[in-house]
Design a protein around this ligand. Structure first.
Ligand code: ADP
Ligand code: MG
Length: 317
């Protein structure tokens, strides 16, 4: 099957619903952005042997690719809308890989209300290289830069599972029953779209946690010109004693956000309405450094702040 037949067979059906995708038969897509909306654009790649084990399934590649990108849209408070897909696949990629990959894309785009609108396809090399570019809509994006001293600091979901799963995903440790939910989080993170939408006009700043909470909190604080105090005992951590891995390991794809202290009730309401755990873990300060306190109120230091190339086969970002 040649490239055009593959596009027609596996990808053109995913573009139904966007007339401006021209069934993937023209040179480019053409959109009209709904009135009053700002287009939010994000792109992220997944490379076999770096972001996922080389032998991950086509479904796992499809899910991780879209969900890492969806998490960025969630952090901006954007509604997923359209996406573009760049595939660079080994020449020997079997037909059923494409079949399963596109079937999972179909499920994912239904679940998250997105439509495929174009892409590019190349062949070569040994490893799977995938890039998705997602387009989202919002009247006004939530940025990293709006946190103010005195704001509360919150995190969605739980932190640390994906980082704890990594040695199991890589086959360095034999998966046991305890590792199964961690692995599920690693392969299919849950982008917090509904929370992001609910935080429009509420959150003063937000970021998605991809490289470890410690490092991503630093990014939010730097962008806002503030610092933070975080209480480790208040944090929704996975059941493990390895605090350092959980706080610096990455791949959580949870939202870390700030809101004025007067909005605590509102945040609790959003947690209920979106059926998503949201935990108050600390507050924003004027000092431009972040401090993590243990149960004794003592400062906890980390030997690394976020994902590093030397310790795990995953690129930063
Ligand atoms: P061009 O040579 O103009 O770059 P291509 O031959 O690469 O065009 O692509 C033809 C059409 O197929 C375009 O509409 C493009 O968006 C679409 N397309 C190519 N690869 C993919 C893909 N992996 N996923 C979705 N659409 C694709
Ligand atoms: Mg092309």
């Amino acid at each position: 099957m040649n490239e055009f037949d593959r596009i027609a067979r596996y990808f053109a059906p995913l573009s139904a619903g966007e007339a401006g995708a021209f069934a993937l038969t023209d040179d480019a897509a053409a959109f009209t952005i709904p009135a009053g909306q700002t287009l939010v654009v994000t792109t992220d790649s997944v490379i076999g042997g770096i972001h996922l084990p080389r032998d991950a399934s086509p479904a796992q590649f499809a899910q991780k690719l879209l969900r890492r990108n969806l998490s960025d849209l969630a952090a901006m408070g954007a509604l997923p809308w359209r996406y573009l897909l760049n595939l660079h696949l080994p020449a020997a990629t079997p037909e059923n890989w494409l079949q399963q990959f596109s079937a999972t894309l179909q499920q994912e785009q239904q679940r998250f209300s997105m439509v495929l609108a174009g892409g590019d396809s190349t062949t070569g090399g040994e490893d799977i290289h995938l890039t998705a570019t997602l387009l989202g809509l919002t009247p006004e994006p939530i940025l990293r830069r709006g946190a103010k001293a005195g704001d509360d600091l919150y995190v969605t979901g739980t932190i640390g599972e994906a980082a704890l799963a990594l040695p199991y995903a890589l086959g360095e440790k034999m998966p046991d029953a305890a590792a199964q939910p961690w692995l599920a989080r690693y392969f299919a993170p849950e982008p917090r779209i509904a929370v992001g939408l609910a935080l429009r006009g509420i959150a003063s700043a937000a970021i998605d946690i991809s490289d470890g909470l410690v490092q991503d909190l630093n990014h939010l604080c730097q962008a806002s010109g503030v610092g933070a105090v975080v209480h480790i005992p208040h944090m929704p951590l996975a059941r493990s004693n390895d605090i350092e891995t959980m706080l610096t390991g990455g791949d959580d794809y949870e939202l870390l956000f700030t809101a004025p202290a007067a909005l605590q009730q509102k945040i609790a309401e959003i947690a209920r309405e979106t059926d998503t755990p949201i935990t108050h873990i600390g507050h924003i300060t004027q000092e431009t450094s972040s401090v993590f306190l243990d149960e004794a109120g003592k400062k906890r230091r980390f030997t690394r702040t976020g994902y590093q190339h030397s310790v795990a086969p995953k690129l930063s970002g």
